[in-house]
Write a protein that binds this ligand. Structure first.
Ligand code: SF4
Length: 257
């Protein structure tokens, strides 16, 4: 059976949305779980399938998939490498992780937040990938742009559109607000950087993202700009699609859009 990553590799990997899912990763996960026909993506060869979409509710299917997969994982063994800890919850033992400034839990039964409610499917997919990557090794502490990673050319455009430009547009002329929203997620300010404001946000314990923000200059007609940077070993902790999604989720959280 093809893995999520096998399916993902066959897509155009530019999150165009034509399949009805917001990202190629969400599509791949839905196909993998049987929630969606492979033919939903016009760029994937789908022998013998007609080109129609959902076969069943993707959230239900993904929850089932998570449940099965997590059962085969030793959470205790993974916890340290992922920067989390195993705790007892109302839903049994679960891996607790800090995700965008709040605690979330992955148990063999569900992926949920502190109040017990299940996370959105997109967040589940991200956490699922983080868990199964296994958190091997340490971060380098060296920041690089997405373009430094292999096969990232088309993804740089996605990152720009859904993360960098979104944040820049939203906080133009409001640098302090940008910093304060990031700090609400536990971000640390970086002193002495070249930008007008620089913060490091831990989307997940081993997935830090540095946001460099240059505010607009109305007199000279320069718009605000943002550059997102990643640890040079980020791909040891997430695949590149998930990394871009982590940045998008960060942008959505601080802008509220
Ligand atoms: S999987 Fe969906 S989002 Fe990705 S390329 Fe295919 S249609 Fe576009």
């Amino acid at each position: 059976m093809e893995t999520i990553f096998d399916i993902l590799k066959q897509t155009k990997k530019d999150n165009c949305g034509k399949c009805g899912y917001p990202t190629c990763m969400a599509y791949a996960a839905a196909v993998h779980t049987g929630a969606c026909s492979k033919a939903a993506c016009p760029f994937v060869e789908a022998e013998g399938e007609d080109r129609r979409t959902p076969l069943q509710d993707p959230e239900t299917a993904l929850a089932k998939e998570l449940k099965e997969k997590v059962r085969s994982v030793d959470l205790e063994e993974r916890a340290q490498g992922l920067g989390g800890e195993v705790v007892q919850t109302d839903f049994g033992r679960a891996l607790r992780l800090r995700y965008l400034g709040r605690d979330v839990f992955i148990s063999p039964e569900r992926v949920f937040s502190e109040d017990g409610s299940e996370l959105e499917t997109r967040d589940q997919i991200l956490l699922y990938n983080y868990l199964f990557f296994g958190g091997k090794g340490e971060l380098s502490g060296k920041w690089v742009g997405l373009e430094s990673f292999p096969n990232s050319i088309s993804k740089v455009v996605t990152l720009k559109r859904y993360t960098e430009e979104k944040i820049a547009r939203h906080f133009a002329g409001r640098k302090e607000e940008f910093v304060s929203q990031c700090k609400r997620l536990g971000a640390k300010e970086v002193k002495g950087c070249q930008a007008d404001a620089c913060v490091v946000v831990l989307v997940l314990p081993k997935v830090p993202i540095q946001l460099n923000f240059w505010d607009e200059d109305r007199e000279d007609n320069f718009p605000a700009e943002v550059k997102a940077l990643f640890d040079s070993r980020a791909l040891d902790f997430l695949d590149i699609e998930s990394l871009i999604f982590a940045a998008e989720r960060l942008a959505e959280t601080i802008t509220g859009e």
